[in-house]
Design a protein around this ligand. Structure first.
Ligand code: PMT
Length: 221
């Protein structure tokens, strides 16, 4: 336990979103929620009041954390914005970029002789960019970037496009890093700043990320 974030309110998003196609099918992704839950636990251990907006995952709520369960990207946006004002937002959720334009009210049946179907998708709200542009913008807005290549360049592009303060980039699609794994490696970028963390267990990386966040918050008070 520390007091690095005592008196601060931190909102964290974690896990996947599920975008429903019909009552039995959805578009999801491989996020387990581990990274975001670790960040929420580390923030609470540093003395912060923490709201964890969690997608559909099977993880226990970290001690001292208020949890709000959501399913879709639209619900995640509503829950995160409802949790403002806050000092810090950390977007560790793997938010779907696309959602079905229409969700069928009944199970979509196979039709004899029909070999193809087309699903029309529309963009989801960009929650991170919405938080960064909000009138109640937290002092520090931190995104994650899940990348398969050009980690730092892509993270810097997201930093600028979404107008956030830090982006923690991780490689996905390789063992021991990114989705599902117990461990990860992060490259944290900010304006004039770059720091490689790990490989290490997600809990240890979360502790270091929270230290970085606390330093930056203190510098802005
Ligand atoms: O949950 P785990 O299994 O532990 O895996 C951890 C993780 C790989 C999911 C996590 O470390 C991670 O990288 N989370 C972000 C995944 C992601 O959606 O990356 P992105 O590059 O597509 O998005 C960039 C940022 O924008 C993220 O902060 C994301 O939360 C945010 N975003 C994206 C789309 C959207 N519609 N709204 C958003 O807020």
């Amino acid at each position: 336990m520390s007091t690095l974030l005592a008196g601060r309110r931190v909102v964290v998003s974690a896990g996947p979103t599920f975008e429903d196609i019909d009552p039995v099918r959805f578009i999801g992704n491989r996020s387990s929620g581990r990274m975001g839950f670790a960040v929420a636990a580390a923030a609470a251990a540093a003395g912060a009041e923490v709201v964890l907006v969690a997608g559909p995952v099977h993880l226990e709520t970290p001690a001292g954390v208020e949890r709000v369960d959501i399913r879709s990207a639209a619900q995640l946006r509503d829950a995160v914005l409802a949790a403002l004002p806050a000092d810090v937002y950390v977007g560790a959720a793997a938010v779907a970029d696309w959602t079905p334009r229409d969700t069928a009210g009944h199970k979509l049946k196979k039709q004899p002789g029909v070999e193809r179907m087309t699903l029309e998708l529309v963009r989801t709200p960009d929650v991170l960019a919405a938080v960064a542009a909000h009138r109640l913008r937290p002092r520090l807005v931190v995104g994650f970037a899940a990348e398969t290549e050009d980690l730092v360049a892509n993270a810097r592009a997201k930093l600028a496009a979404k107008r956030v303060d830090l982006v923690a980039a991780n490689r996905v699609g390789v063992p021991g890093s990114g989705f599902e794994a117990e461990t990860n490696a992060l490259t944290v970028v900010g304006e004039g700043f770059e720091r490689a963390l790990g490989p290490a267990p997600k809990a240890a990386l979360a502790d270091t990320l929270i230290e970085l966040i606390a330093e930056r918050i203190a510098g802005r008070s």
